[in-house]
Design a protein around this ligand. Structure first.
Ligand code: C2E
Ligand code: CA
Ligand code: CA
Ligand code: CA
Length: 280
């Protein structure tokens, strides 16, 4: 069993869902989980590397099925995408997280306020009116657009359907920052970096974890940081697990870090303790 955020242990058995019947059960279970709001959200700290202070949280969805146990998002998000259910999941995650953030801003004010980073699979960008629904949600919760960071992968920007371009452009105009997730693992066509107004890159943990032992990875990371900064794009490093990785990446000029070294994905209450302790 693999250890998960919040000190829980995965009991999910991959082989269980290999055949079609099991797949169908998983699909039904997912529909039910959504209907009963059984999905939970966790918050993983993001810190400024130069000070070590908390600047925000990435919001990560968690599903504990009463019978099947913990099912990781890497397992159910792709299925939800195929089922056309992922927009609903992302919307649920977003509105819960915005409600929490609004409460935190009120209870633990800081300057600048902490942000939340929310993952979007990209399907929602195909829906006209998506940007408007985000604007309405921000207004409802009284959260500023700059405090909601949207994480998407390179894949989403490369699809470039007319609908997606319009929705992304509308969100940019609203002032919602976009971050490219898993940077370096996708198609890596860099053309979208100047087509869209990207605020940040999240360098994938495969680079981060290789950095201390691999001179060629170091060269790559330095090149990514130089390019990003020339374009006024911030760099977040993901999957930082050791002090060695942290020190090296900080020295390379990466602004923000996330990973088990700083903190695992936390339950809302645990995340709130970070705020109460003034780590921001
Ligand atoms: P991601 O967006 O790249 O999220 C980071 C993943 O890395 C998370 O896995 C996190 O728990 C894990 N992680 C963080 N720090 C470390 C570290 O130091 N070492 C290691 N080994 N791993 C670390 P998680 O929560 O299992 O999520 C997996 C993926 O599922 C996410 O990757 C994201 O693509 C997707 N996902 C999660 N929540 C959502 C959601 O609400 N909506 C959508 N569309 N996708 C989501
Ligand atoms: Ca992410
Ligand atoms: Ca990532
Ligand atoms: Ca990912």
């Amino acid at each position: 069993a693999k250890e998960q955020g919040g000190g829980r242990f995965a009991v999910f058995d991959e082989t269980l869902f290999r055949n079609a019947t099991m797949r169908l059960q998983l699909e039904n279970a997912l529909r039910e989980a959504l209907a009963h709001q059984d999905l939970e959200i966790y918050f993983q700290p993001i810190v400024r590397l130069s000070t070590g202070r908390l600047v925000g949280f990435e919001v990560l969805v968690r599903w504990h099925h009463p019978e099947y146990g913990f099912i990781p998002p890497s397992r159910f998000i792709p299925i939800a995408e195929e089922m056309g259910l992922v927009s609903e999941i992302d919307h649920y995650v977003l509105s819960s997280a915005l409600a929490t953030l609004a409460r935190w801003h009120h209870l633990y004010p800081s300057s600048p306020p902490i942000w939340i980073a929310v993952n979007f699979s990209g399907q929602e960008f195909q829906t006209p009116g998506f940007a408007r629904s985000i604007r309405n949600l921000l207004r409802t919760h009284g959260v500023r657009p700059e405090d909601l960071h949207i994480e998407i992968t390179e894949r989403v920007l490369l699809q470039r359907t007319q609908e997606a371009i319009e929705e992304i452009t509308a969100l940019e105009r609203l002032g919602v920052p976009f971050y490219i997730d898993d940077f370096g693992t996708g198609y890596s066509s860099l053309s979208y970096l100047h087509r869209f107004n990207i605020s940040g890159l999240k360098i994938d943990r495969s680079f981060v974890q290789n950095t201390p032992h691999s001179p060629s990875t170091q060269t790559l990371v330095r090149a990514i940081v130089a390019m990003a900064h020339a374009l006024e794009i911030a760099v977040v490093v993901e999957g930082v697990e050791t002090v060695e990785q942290m020190t090296l990446l900080r020295a390379m000029g990466c602004e923000y870090g996330q990973g088990y070294f700083f903190g695992r994905p936390l339950k809302e209450q645990e995340a709130e303790e970070w705020l109460a302790q003034g780590r921001h």
